[in-house]
Design a protein around this ligand. Structure first.
Ligand SMILES: *[C@@H]1O[C@H](CO)[C@@H](O)[C@H](O)[C@H]1NC(C)=O
Ligand SMILES: *[C@@H]1O[C@H](CO)[C@@H](O)[C@H](O)[C@H]1NC(C)=O
Ligand SMILES: *[C@@H]1O[C@H](CO)[C@@H](O)[C@H](O)[C@H]1NC(C)=O
Ligand SMILES: *[C@@H]1O[C@H](CO)[C@@H](O)[C@H](O)[C@H]1NC(C)=O
Ligand SMILES: *[C@@H]1O[C@H](CO)[C@@H](O)[C@H](O)[C@H]1NC(C)=O
Ligand SMILES: *[C@@H]1O[C@H](CO)[C@@H](O)[C@H](O)[C@H]1NC(C)=O
Ligand SMILES: *[C@@H]1O[C@H](CO)[C@@H](O)[C@H](O)[C@H]1NC(C)=O
Ligand SMILES: *[C@@H]1O[C@H](CO)[C@@H](O)[C@H](O)[C@H]1NC(C)=O
Ligand SMILES: *[C@@H]1O[C@H](CO)[C@@H](O)[C@H](O)[C@H]1NC(C)=O
Ligand SMILES: *[C@@H]1O[C@H](CO)[C@@H](O)[C@H](O)[C@H]1NC(C)=O
Ligand SMILES: *[C@@H]1O[C@H](CO)[C@@H](O)[C@H](O)[C@H]1NC(C)=O
Ligand SMILES: *[C@@H]1O[C@H](CO)[C@@H](O)[C@H](O)[C@H]1NC(C)=O
Length: 606
């Protein structure tokens, strides 16, 4: 076996008495870690984030636009790299997808990156760590919701990826981005023979198409035609709630009291508004869900700065009122917890971090007064650092100059966070329970009618961290539950639409450390369970997603080097809706892909 380079993050994450490494001004998830490889491969190895294909991936795009190509070398401290963008000429399109491909060889940390168009974020992503033999990966994202920006000319596309390249860290990230444009408007019935609800459009597979044709519902569904089905149509205007370009547009939040504001005056004919939040966590808060309270660190004289407890919440403020909050899905970057877990299947969301939508339509009554209002972003209890920004999506009524609106019920979101800490020396248990409930409604009188929107959200957060066996065993358990309901009613009280979303994301990490016989050596054994479950319904249509990963492994570490190790990751991904279904079960062991079963036919009919 070749000499193995290794991984210090464990030192930082798992061992409470380990020292934390000197912070640098770097948007990276870890310091002083390398990649771990059990075997050399002859060629570039592909990494994957398991997800379903885009609904229109089998259709032929009307045009393809390579928009960006750059090698990110020593880019630390530099502004983002930019390219010009103009909507492709002579191309009729209704949908757009973004395709990112990255390759790298050498030695390098995982890095955080983002893509903005005209200052609006389109994608938050992180990198795999390269090997001397090279790695590559590809991702696709439906970016149709950004159509109002994508249709413009002479814009700037910006990509931030702060990387360090020197004698030690040699990996350069080579990045290409292409946009594919599809013309699959609502009246396109030609090739498919039916109008389909696009977001639910299944894979173009013979057997399944037959099955759908037998389903009479398909031909009666036509979202674009139904002007009252406001939900899935892309916004008419998107205003970024972001910082200055030189720093990469995202706001850098270092502490709980930091609030980043942007003043925005919204058009008087806005009838619907949604804030989309992008967020990632780094430095001492990369593993915020496993951070013990400061008192534990202080009383045990630990050097780590990964503290401040495990409660974090991203708050969206409108003129200093909380109008929404998000407890982010705990995305684990490729160097996180045990890097062997994420090779070649990365953690859920690592290549395409989720963004979070907050419908603020009921607040239009406060916003439509022609004044500039301040939109703010904050991370409760944060320690350094978080990268947060947002897009304000606005739908405009083209038939009138202005609409009237009123916010008539707003109970400021009540929240309660309870913490319980018990510890003696290095052993102890820390529990946090948090809840937030919000309820708001308001009417908007536009040419669509006088419609009242009700938004209800319930958020529940539970976190337990236990240290046992003199701090050498750590168990982290977290569960976040979100329930949302959005109801639109006419002035006569008729229900126009009802959308519900239920999300849960449980996480469990168990790790034990055993001291080795030689100086500064130890063995670490870790198990991890991680899931994202989501159920949505919109009228009589529904969808569900269950995406779960289970990893276990060990490694033998000396100082900052992993000398040996083994790991397995099993993942199961199942998506179902009224028209399609996609399920994939994969496993990886010691850096190699094992079984991979994909199915488009679900056993239980949805
Ligand atoms: C490494 O490669 C060798 C030879 O191909 C193989 O026998 C061994 O099982 C591999 N080890 C791992 C951990 O994959
Ligand atoms: C667009 O189409 C028109 C008419 O066919 C043609 O004159 C023009 O050159 C085309 N423009 C581009 C950029 O292809
Ligand atoms: C990027 O595009 C260039 C030019 O088409 C190609 O040579 C290169 O292999 C691509 N790199 C990646 C990472 O896709
Ligand atoms: C990456 O691969 C190329 C081509 O094989 C090689 O020339 C280069 O030295 C490698 N870079 C690093 C940092 O290993
Ligand atoms: C974009 O820039 C070109 C060249 O500078 C110019 O001719 C064109 O009018 C601009 N388009 C818009 C929409 O500003
Ligand atoms: C819809 O049909 C109209 C009339 O046939 C046509 O002009 C238009 O381009 C079509 N739109 C799409 C998106 O196919
Ligand atoms: C509601 O909006 C419509 C369309 O803008 C307008 O004609 C109507 O007068 C408005 N109703 C009231 C009571 O303002
Ligand atoms: C517990 O860990 C601390 C710090 O490593 C060490 O100093 C102490 O001796 C340990 N206590 C026992 C009982 O092993
Ligand atoms: C719209 O409807 C609400 C309640 O249904 C009502 O209180 C309000 O006065 C209406 N607004 C207009 C402009 O008619
Ligand atoms: C589903 O809802 C649509 C629109 O609300 C309606 O036209 C359709 O009949 C409903 N289908 C079923 C099966 O209930
Ligand atoms: C879609 O599936 C859900 C869940 O099985 C079912 O309740 C609903 O009736 C279905 N809708 C249609 C239009 O078939
Ligand atoms: C799994 O199999 C599917 C279909 O055979 C293929 O498209 C996909 O690339 C494979 N995934 C991985 C991670 O190898």
């Amino acid at each position: 076996m070749p000499p193995l380079p290794l991984i210090p993050l464990l030192l930082i994450f798992f061992i409470p008495f380990s020292s934390s490494v000197a912070p640098q001004l770097l948007h990276q998830s870890h310091f002083n870690k390398h990649k771990f490889h059990l075997n050399k491969s002859d060629s570039y190895k592909q990494y994957y984030e398991i997800t379903r294909p885009l609904p229109f991936h089998t259709l032929i795009p009307s045009c393809a636009l390579p928009v960006f190509s750059h090698d990110f070398e020593n880019t630390i401290g530099l502004p983002p790299t930019t390219a010009g963008y103009s909507s492709p000429a002579n191309c009729t399109w209704s949908h757009v997808s973004l395709h990112l491909s990255v390759s790298s060889n050498g030695s390098q940390y995982d890095r955080i990156a983002a893509v903005w168009l005209d200052g609006a974020e389109l994608l938050r992503t992180s990198t795999a760590e390269p090997t001397p033999d090279g790695v590559f990966w590809k991702i696709s994202k439906d970016i149709t919701r950004y159509s109002s920006i994508l249709r413009q000319e002479n814009l700037t596309l910006s990509v931030m990826l702060e990387n360090v390249v020197n004698d030690v860290y040699t990996g350069v990230y080579r990045v290409n981005i292409t946009f594919l444009y599809y013309d699959i408007g609502s009246n396109d019935t030609g090739s498919h023979g039916f109008n389909f609800p696009l977001s639910l459009f299944p894979l173009n597979q013979k057997s399944t198409v037959m099955k759908w044709k037998e389903n009479p519902v398909i031909s009666t569904l036509n979202r674009e035609e139904n002007s009252l089905d406001l939900y899935d149509k892309p916004a008419d205007l998107i205003i970024p709630i972001s910082g200055i370009e030189n720093d990469g547009f995202w706001f850098r939040i270092e502490k709980g009291s930091d609030v980043m504001y942007k003043g925005i005056q919204i058009p008087a004919n806005t009838y619907k508004a949604v804030i989309e939040v992008y967020v990632s966590f780094h430095g001492n808060d990369e593993f915020w869900y496993s951070n013990p309270p400061d008192s534990y660190i202080e009383l045990n004289n630990l050097e780590t700065k990964r503290g401040h407890g495990a409660y974090r919440e991203v708050l969206v403020l409108l003129d200093d009122n909380i109008v929404g909050s998000v407890i982010p899905f705990p995305v684990i970057f490729t160097g996180g917890i045990n890097p062997l877990f994420w090779e070649p299947i990365v953690s859920i969301g690592a290549f395409d971090l989720p963004s979070y939508d907050i419908d603020i339509t009921p607040f239009l009554g406060m916003l439509l007064d022609g004044n500039v209002h301040s939109f703010g972003l904050r991370v409760a209890d944060a320690i350094s650092f978080w990268l947060v920004d947002a897009n304000l999506h606005l739908w405009l009524d083209n038939n009138v100059k202005e609409v009237q609106a009123m916010t008539f019920k707003y109970s400021a979101p009540s929240s309660g966070v309870e913490c319980e800490s018990k510890f003696h020396k290095l052993d102890g248990s820390f529990e946090i329970e948090g809840k937030r409930k919000s309820e708001v409604s308001g009417w908007v009188n536009s040419s669509l009618g006088n419609l009242t929107t009700y938004v209800h959200q319930k958020l529940k957060f539970e976190n337990t961290i236990k240290f046992k066996k003199n701090g050498t065993q750590k168990v982290v358990k977290q569960e976040v539950k979100v329930k949302k309901e959005l109801r639109v009613e006419s002035d006569t009280g008729t229900l126009i639409s009802r959308t519900t979303v239920k999300k849960t994301y449980p996480l469990k990490i168990t790790s034990s450390t055993l001291a080795g016989s030689e100086k500064n050596t130890y063995l670490m054994i870790t198990d991890l369970e991680h899931s994202l479950k989501e159920e949505r319904s919109n009228g009589n249509l529904s969808s569900s997603l269950v995406n779960s990963q289970q990893s276990s492994g060990w490694m033998f570490v000396q100082d900052h080097d992993v000398l040996s190790g083994a790991a397995t990751t099993d993942q199961s991904y199942t998506y179902k809706d009224n028209f399609s279904c996609y399920s994939q079960i994969v496993s990886a062991a010691n850096g190699k892909l094992g079984s991979n079963t994909t199915s488009l036919l679900c056993s239980s009919s949805f």
